[in-house]
Every structure is written in C-alpha cells, then in structure tokens.
Design a binder for this molecule. Structure first.
Ligand SMILES: [Ca+2]
Ligand SMILES: [Ca+2]
Ligand SMILES: [Ca+2]
Length: 146
C-alpha cells in the first residue's frame, strides 16, 4: 500500500514538474522528429519496428517516456500523441491507457513485482501480437524520415 501511494505521489510530482517545464522550453526537442506526422509520404513502405515503452522514440526506455505518455493521456497542454502507439502500449494489451505508463514507471524504479515490457523490448522489432494500434513512425528503429 505504501508503495502504491509513493508511486502515485511520484507520478503527480513528475506530471506537474513536466508541465511547468513544458511551458518554459520547447517540449523535448531531442525527440521532436518522433511526433511530426509526415504528409504525402508512404510510411508503410518500411516495416513497423519499435521498442516497446520508448514513447519518444529515442531508443531507450527512461523516465521521460512514461512521463510524456501520462501528460498526453491527461491532456496536459503541449503534450504530444505517440507517433508509434505500439511503443506506448507497455503491456501489449492493444490499448494505450493509464496503466501503461504506470507500469513503465514501476519497472524503471524497480518496484517489486514489476516487470519489463514484452517483446520487442529491449530491441527494435515488429509487434508480435496484432492489434488496432498504429505505429506510424519510430525514429530510432525506422530511421529519420526521408
Ligand atoms: Ca525513450
Ligand atoms: Ca496497454
Ligand atoms: Ca500488440
């Protein structure tokens, strides 16, 4: 119970810190290429490869990934939708919900009982389970857009 309360407090502290940061600086400029939807380009010519949990498509699952995902889910101004929904689907259940970033945070902070995301984590790869989620682009795995 104490662990759950601590995680909840941490999540909200991160959310508010992130929101404050977003108003002062461009939101995560290092990952901006991940969010820009290309127009007029057939992105599906390349296979949809991604790293599960890597929301900002920089090749690593770090604290800012679930933080950005929470900001998006809660509609924080300046937050961005995932360019690869499969990467945001931490538990691979075919939907992107609050439990996905929460599970990621628990894993990152080593909470007992937490577990690493299912494949293709920690490598780039295709989604082993079919779903309705769309992976438009994952920059680290699929390379920069041409
Ligand atoms: Ca990342
Ligand atoms: Ca999910
Ligand atoms: Ca899937």
């Amino acid at each position: 119970m104490k662990v759950k309360i601590a995680i909840g407090a941490l999540v909200f502290a991160l959310l508010f810190a992130g929101a404050a940061f977003a108003q002062k600086a461009p939101l995560y400029p290092q990952g901006i290429g991940c969010y820009l939807m290309a127009s007029g380009v057939d992105l599906h010519k390349q296979s949809e490869e991604f790293i599960r949990g890597d929301y900002n498509c920089d090749g690593a699952l770090l604290t800012n990934d679930p933080l950005m995902e929470l900001q998006y889910i809660f509609g924080v101004p300046g937050s961005t939708p995932p360019s690869c929904e499969d990467a945001a689907d931490y538990d691979d259940d075919g939907s992107v919900l609050t439990n996905d970033p929460l599970m990621a945070l628990q894993f990152i902070f080593g909470v007992p009982g937490s577990s690493a995301p299912p494949p293709p984590y920690p490598d780039c790869g295709p989604d082993p389970t079919g779903d309705d989620l769309d992976c438009v682009w994952h920059e680290f795995c699929m390379g920069p857009k041409k």
